[in-house]
Design a protein around this ligand. Structure first.
Ligand SMILES: [Zn+2]
Length: 106
């Protein structure tokens, strides 16, 4: 399996295997954001895997590059939405830089 297109990824995240594994990871990590934990904070959420919206499961090695690790529990960890966005929003910084250079024109 490959996970290069949005469609392939969507299909994966809807699969039964993923839904089951996702719960397993939430249980393993006690519904706590592992990145917050590494930074000495505790970020926990409602212990209902269907209701929580603020916790994500992150692929430590991204599935685009490592499709073979998509269902590998050791490649998964719980992140809060904030940390997850931080990890994946590398492009926001570029936008900021652009804004800076625009500012300089003033
Ligand atoms: Zn976090």
């Amino acid at each position: 399996m490959e996970y290069e297109t949005e469609q392939q990824k969507k299909r994966f995240y809807k699969s039964k295997e993923w839904q089951l594994l996702r719960r397993e990871v939430l249980e393993r990590d006690n519904y706590e954001c592992q990145e917050c934990k590494r930074n000495g904070r505790v970020y926990t959420d409602n212990h209902d895997p269907d209701k929580h919206k603020r916790l994500d499961i992150d692929h430590i090695k991204e599935i685009e590059d490592h499709p073979e690790l998509a269902l590998e529990i050791d490649n998964l960890e719980v992140l809060c939405v904030k940390c997850h966005n931080k990890k994946h929003n590398r492009f926001k910084f570029k936008k900021k830089e652009n804004r800076w250079s625009e500012d300089e024109r003033w």
